[in-house]
Write a protein of this length. Structure first.
Length: 460
């Protein structure tokens, strides 16, 4: 079914946070895919839509091929002199943003694990494994050029643009503190239990049943959580290039994800696995030393390259022979809370590949399972003794033209009626040190928990 939207440029740059709070925060179904507070580059999108009943309509979309980018380039050339037509100029200028209408939502871990043939635990809450909004209206922000566009149906676009501009002029409310809340937190595993599970992972690796295992745990609160205020606090403390807030029906995903899982543009698919983490230092010298230690760590490099090999194998199932390549290996990326070791793998998709076919080959992401993938998921099911839910899944947008951009659900809060949970974990190899791995879980969970007014349980 076609849902055409038209674009119109806004006359001035607006603060994305002000726009979301004024125009979308009170809606039952809304999203904000966020490049972070005042970033120098990248795109942010926010808007509203209707909940999709049949997720298969998303899976049936054919992934963008190389011809789509050629058409976009031609359109940009033709539109370069179309400044007298505001909508034509907006449509061509927004090509680099790629998302011009389609779906925004998430996929949970268990749904992907079942499709891959792995055993799973019951999710035990009302949060769906798949949730997609069919986007009806949205605003696109190009942080590189500090330009913004509104997208809506032709008969709604003028009123929508006026409402966005007017609403964004209201002052942004001060961010509320969470210090007084101090919500009680229940941990799925105590630190010593998690350390014992690490040793069981090492046993499985010694037996040859896996090379690497991404062992996770969960921290939960059983009180109502405000997803909008939680996201505002999270993005202010731990900004990330793939942050996001997706709300629907009393549920929400709140994320400051630093990991882009998979993207498709112009017939090329790319994945960006992260394996290897260090905290940021308290001063420049200590910070640089921690980054250098991460880059030189034999254990972290081994863990990273195992996942790179797994993703090469996954992409080879959906890409043309000879096109899968490692574009970068062992790059250290630094974020406010952590340094991370990141690689990139890419390939050219076979003609006619659908979104569902691509996800069946690649999801859940190898960085959240381990290798070999099916064996790793089976072992982890036995060890973790509980569902991951939306954590370890992915979220983002899938465009009507088959482009997509999906981030990993890590450094995230999953909100449901009466509570919320934060998942965290780390990759275990034969060389893993249990105390260091326990500390890494604490580093990853601390920021999301603080954003909802909760602290790590003792020992973490």
């Amino acid at each position: 079914m076609s849902h055409p939207l038209v674009a119109e440029p806004l006359a001035e740059w607006l603060d994305p946070e002000a726009v979301y709070l004024a125009s979308f925060a009170a809606l039952d179904d809304s999203f904000w895919l966020d490049a972070g507070p005042d970033p120098a580059r990248g795109w942010s999108w926010m808007g509203t839509g209707q909940r999709v009943d049949d997720a298969e309509e998303v899976r049936r979309i054919t992934c963008a091929d190389a011809g789509d980018d050629a058409a976009a380039d031609a359109g940009a050339d033709a539109g370069a002199h179309a400044d007298d037509d505001g909508r034509a100029a907006a449509a061509t200028a927004s090509e680099d943003g790629r998302f011009r209408g389609g779906y925004v939502g998430w996929l949970g871990y268990e749904g992907g694990a079942v499709r891959a043939g792995a055993p799973t635990a019951p999710t035990q809450d009302d949060v769906p494994q798949q949730l997609w909004l069919r986007v009806a209206r949205f605003v696109a922000f190009d942080h590189d050029t500090r330009r913004a566009w509104v997208f809506a149906a032709p008969d709604e676009i003028a009123d929508f643009a006026r409402g966005i501009s007017a609403g964004a002029r209201h002052p942004v409310p001060a961010l509320e503190t969470t210090a007084a809340r101090e919500l009680p937190v229940t941990a799925r595993h105590e630190p010593d239990e998690y350390a014992a599970l690490i040793e069981r992972c090492r046993d499985a690796i010694r037996e040859g049943d896996a090379y690497q295992l991404c062992l996770t745990t969960r921290f939960a609160v059983e009180e109502d959580v405000d997803p909008v205020e939680s996201y505002r606090r999270l993005r202010s403390r731990t900004p990330a290039h793939h942050g996001g807030l997706i709300r629907s029906g009393g549920m929400a995903l709140v994320s400051a994800s630093p990991e882009l899982f998979i993207e498709v543009r112009g017939g090329v698919v790319r994945t960006h696995p992260i394996k290897g983490t260090r905290p940021r230092g308290t001063d420049a010298a200590t910070d640089a030393a921690l980054a250098a230690e991460l880059a030189a760590s034999e254990k972290e490099r081994a863990e990273n390259v195992m996942i790179v090999d797994l993703m090469r194998n996954d992409l080879s199932r959906v890409c043309l022979d000879g096109t899968v390549a490692v574009d970068r290996l062992f790059d250290v990326e630094s974020y406010p809370a952590v340094h991370q070791l990141v690689s990139t793998v890419s390939g050219t998709l076979v003609e006619g590949m659908t979104v569902g076919g691509l996800l069946d080959a690649t999801f859940p992401a190898g960085s959240m399972t381990g290798a070999p993938k099916l064996s790793a998921m089976t072992i982890l099911h036995e060890l973790e003794r509980g569902p991951r839910g939306v954590f370890s899944g992915c979220f983002g947008w899938i465009s009507d033209d088959g482009a997509l951009d999906l981030a990993m659900v890590i450094r995230s809060i999953v909100v449901h009626p009466g509570g919320a949970y934060v998942g965290a974990g780390g990759g275990i190899t034969w060389r893993s040190d249990a105390a260091a791995e326990v500390a890494e879980v604490g580093i990853k969970a601390r920021g999301p928990l603080a954003a909802i007014g909760a602290a790590l349980p003792t020992g973490w």
